[in-house]
Design a protein around this ligand. Structure first.
Ligand code: ADP
Ligand code: MG
Length: 222
């Protein structure tokens, strides 16, 4: 089981953001995607996260072909399978930490009593539980990213996608976020991290380097 990209291309007019990508990412993998700006990293992540469609080829997750899902199934699929963390945390500034993390569970239709336990669990894992009643806008950058990660994992998604989650942080906070991501790795899930930082890519057990939309290097699992 895992993520399977088969002959995946993403074309914008005459530009190939991704060109004939073939990748299998199996469960338990912490994959780092590296490459220069414009090499296609975010495009790849968005296709895996079902935020966008390939212009050619297919993306399957545990045998579910994303290209053939109906609209309503896309929303359900993303809610259940995918946790996304971006460079900017995109929290609701006037909501508390707790409320921000609760949001995906409300969308999933979960009962209040079940939600509370899940939210507290995610906030404990990301070490931000002490701020649970604070409004998001009062947090530091590093704290916001911890909340964003809590929100991404609260549904216990199979796949955690992080697109330069430390792009906006100092070294100390970046290290905290990276070890946090690493701590979330287990045998069942898949973490895909887009990063510019060579040090961060060392936490991964596989590194794929993109260049001009193509896989230039793939270390395989190690
Ligand atoms: P990276 O994340 O590695 O910096 P991206 O995946 O964002 O790269 O972009 C890859 C290429 O696709 C770039 O040349 C970018 O300009 C182009 N691109 C990305 N999104 C769009 C879009 N919506 N329309 C046109 N070109 C795009
Ligand atoms: Mg990008």
């Amino acid at each position: 089981m895992g993520i399977f990209l088969k002959n995946v291309s993403k074309q914008y007019d005459d530009l190939f953001a991704l060109k004939n990508i073939n990748l299998f990412i199996h469960n338990g993998t912490f994959l780092a995607v590296v490459g220069k700006s414009g090499s296609g990293k975010s495009t790849l992540l968005n296709l895996i996260g079902d935020l966008d469609n390939p212009t050619d080829g297919s993306v399957s997750i545990d045998g579910i072909n994303l290209t053939t899902l109906q609209q309503i199934d896309h929303d359900k699929f993303r809610n259940q399978y995918i946790g996304f963390v971006f460079q900017f945390s995109n929290l609701e500034p006037s909501y508390t930490v707790f409320e921000n993390v609760e949001l995906p569970l409300i969308i999933a239709g979960m009962k209040r009593s079940e939600r509370k336990h899940k939210v507290l669990d995610a906030l404990t894992k990301t070490n931000i539980i002490h701020k649970k009643n604070q409004k998001a806008m009062t947090l530091s950058g590093g704290e916001k990213q911890r909340v964003a990660i809590a929100r991404a994992i609260v549904n216990q998604p199979k796949i955690i996608l992080a697109d330069e989650p430390c792009g906006n942080l100092d070294t100390e906070n970046s290290d905290i976020i990276m070890s946090l991501l690493k701590s979330l790795q287990n045998e069942e899930n898949i973490i895909v991290l887009v990063t510019h930082d060579v040090e961060h890519s060392k936490l991964a057990n596989r590194v794929v380097t993109l260049k001009d939309g193509e896989v230039m290097k793939d270390t395989g699992d190690h």
